[in-house]
Design a protein around this ligand. Structure first.
Ligand SMILES: [Zn+2]
Length: 214
């Protein structure tokens, strides 16, 4: 009796599985960045000089790297030639990664720096600091600003994304501005510049896109 019920149920289970697979093909799933790689993520956050500075000041407990958050899907991606590799959810204060990628250490570091910048922008920067940062980019235009405007549909996210990309790949002048606005200290600025003051070529980063969701 039991086995007969089971075998009768198999076709409907298969159909349900196929439908689920078809639906999944239209969406990109994001999972907490630490899922399946918690030790690695923690290690990178403790070893990379820039991440050490950012996490020490803004998330010493590594709560943004916890594994207990719900995954989520994004159905429509902003651009056919781009993909989101990371994400930050403000409501959960949690950093995510694209389920489809297994990032190398360098990419993981960049996702963490970018999403941590969203965490800082959303939770810690004052209106004055945000205004000061936007003015800094007006006076020192970054190539990331053009990229952000070509990829993100919502103009309301431009300032946030400009900040995140610049923190991910800063120029020396950007790191100095972070200190001038008291987002980091003078000492942290010196450590940061020593460790990472130049940006990677834009061309090598074109598919590395990341976002912040409410
Ligand atoms: Zn972003």
């Amino acid at each position: 009796m039991v086995s007969s019920q089971l075998s009768k149920n198999i076709p409907s289970l298969l159909v349900a599985g196929i439908i689920a697979a078809l639906l999944a093909g239209c969406a990109t799933t994001f999972i907490p960045i630490s899922w399946g790689m918690r030790d690695k993520v923690l290690r990178i956050s403790q070893q990379d000089e820039v991440l050490k500075i950012l996490f020490h000041r803004y998330d010493p407990e590594r709560n943004t790297l916890r594994v207990d958050g719900a995954s989520f899907d994004i159905v429509e991606m902003p651009h056919k030639d781009w993909r989101f590799e990371g994400a930050y959810r403000r409501e959960y204060k949690l950093i995510y990664r694209n389920l489809d990628i297994i990032p190398a250490d360098g990419d993981l570091r960049n996702i963490l720096a970018h999403e941590m910048a969203h965490h800082i922008w959303a939770n810690f920067l004052t209106k004055e600091q945000k205004k000061g940062w936007c003015q800094h980019l007006q006076e020192n235009p970054s190539r990331w600003q053009a990229l952000v405007r070509s990829v993100y549909a919502d103009a309301g996210t431009y300032d946030d994304e400009d900040f995140a990309y610049t923190v991910e790949f800063p120029r020396k002048v950007d790191v100095e501005e972070l200190a001038r606005l008291a987002i980091i200290t003078e000492d942290e600025m010196r450590r940061w510049v020593k460790a990472n003051a130049t940006s990677e070529p834009l061309e090598s980063r074109v598919v590395k896109v990341s976002g912040s969701w409410q």
